[in-house]
Design a protein around this ligand. Structure first.
Ligand code: GLY
Length: 359
């Protein structure tokens, strides 16, 4: 049975549909007769682009598809510029809707284009990766990367709707799927100890991609995200908890070169680091830090970064947009399910902990 949740933002409230069969057309597409500009990537468009185009055309929409190369390298200003020009060529006006069909990269890039083209047009998110379903398609963050760092140029632009068809996970490469599981684990660590325990108990089914289990797990993650976003849309406070593990993760992605590690893989390593830091400076029981690493490992994620260069990582963390006056800020946990944001950790502890987790 499909699940429908809501991100409650007053008159900008929107639905998240999560299911496997009878996938509906997203709400908020605008009147039939208007344009839908589907942005996808070279992996996803051949699988789902034509299907969505046919359904939308049947419903009376004018449809154009734009395809960017797959991979994080496409999430930049040059790709955005190309998409703006394709949107002009397709005759998009303010009544048009952009549909982001793909994973996190596509969602962020297409969202950024929707937020800025003609000063902002409608956006619907149709995530096809686990990471995009549980995290990036919900909450209105859009961005592109600069060579200096991830997501440094962006804008908040909430979608009109999110439609997550879990069947698309069946065609997702295993590595991409596992990468998404990192963000799932994150919700358990920062917000919901019961979810964390459930993930531990069902790690094997989860790693194998059991669709029934995924329906409840994805819905729980989206419900947490919807609550957090409703509470703090602009990340002035508690929304920052969703960045657990991301301070080091962004530094890993940047120093290794975008695309070397998938985002979720870097987040897994970052979460192992942040859990260790939490044990060191926030009293998280050592055994719980070990549980976090063990669960990630059971899900097939990397938990150790051998060969990383601490000096380069430390410098990259300074450039991260979560830094305050050039000091990196961390999300830590006092206990599983309870996050503390904005933590400043002394440099010697950062380095000692790095030495422990990178061995
Ligand atoms: N991915 C973190 C957030 O949406 O706030």
């Amino acid at each position: 049975m499909a699940k429908i949740l809501q991100v409650k933002l007053g008159e900008r409230t929107y639905p998240i549909w999560i299911g496997r069969k009878n996938v509906p057309l997203p709400d908020g597409l605008g009147a039939p007769g208007s344009q839908v500009f589907i942005i996808s990537d070279a992996n996803v468009d051949p699988l789902y682009g034509a299907g969505w185009q046919a359904r939308l055309e049947q419903a009376g929409y004018g449809v154009t598809r734009a395809v960017v190369p797959a991979g994080e390298k496409s999430k930049d200003l040059a790709s955005a510029a190309l998409l703006y020009r394709q949107a002009v060529a397709a005759g998009l006006d303010r009544s048009a809707t952009i549909m982001a069909l793909g994973g996190g990269m596509v969602g962020d890039l297409a969202g950024f284009v929707a937020a800025t083209f003609l000063r902002g047009i409608r956006l619907v998110q149709a995530p096809t990766s686990l990471l995009a379903m549980v995290d990036s398609s919900v909450g209105g963050k859009t961005a592109v990367n600069l060579p200096e760092g991830k997501n440094l140029v962006g804008v908040f632009h909430q979608p009109m709707a999110v439609v997550a068809d879990l069947a698309t996970l069946l065609t997702l490469p295993k590595r991409e799927y596992r990468s998404g599981l990192a963000e799932v684990v994150k919700y358990g660590v920062i917000w919901d100890a019961v979810l964390f325990h459930k993930l531990e108990t069902h790690a094997a089914e989860l790693a194998a991609g059991d669709q029934e289990l995924l329906e409840t797990v994805v819905a729980r993650c989206c419900a947490i995200k919807a609550d957090v976003v409703a509470m703090d849309e602009r990340e002035l406070g508690m929304r920052a908890a969703l960045n657990f593990g991301h301070t080091l993760a962004h530094a890993i992605e940047m120093t290794a070169g975008y695309g070397t590690w998938l985002h979720g893989e870097a987040v897994a390593m970052g979460m192992v680091y942040s859990a260790r830091l939490s044990a060191r400076v926030r009293g998280l029981p050592e055994a719980d830090a070990v549980r976090v690493a063990r669960l990630l490992e059971q899900l097939g994620l990397p938990v150790r970064l051998t060969g990383g260069d601490w000096t380069a990582l430390r410098a990259a963390m300074t450039a991260d947009k979560k830094s305050v006056r050039r000091t990196p800020r961390f999300v830590l946990v006092k206990k599983l399910g309870e996050a503390e944001i904005g933590c400043d950790v002394p440099d010697p502890i950062l380095e000692e902990t790095w030495n422990v987790v990178s061995q």
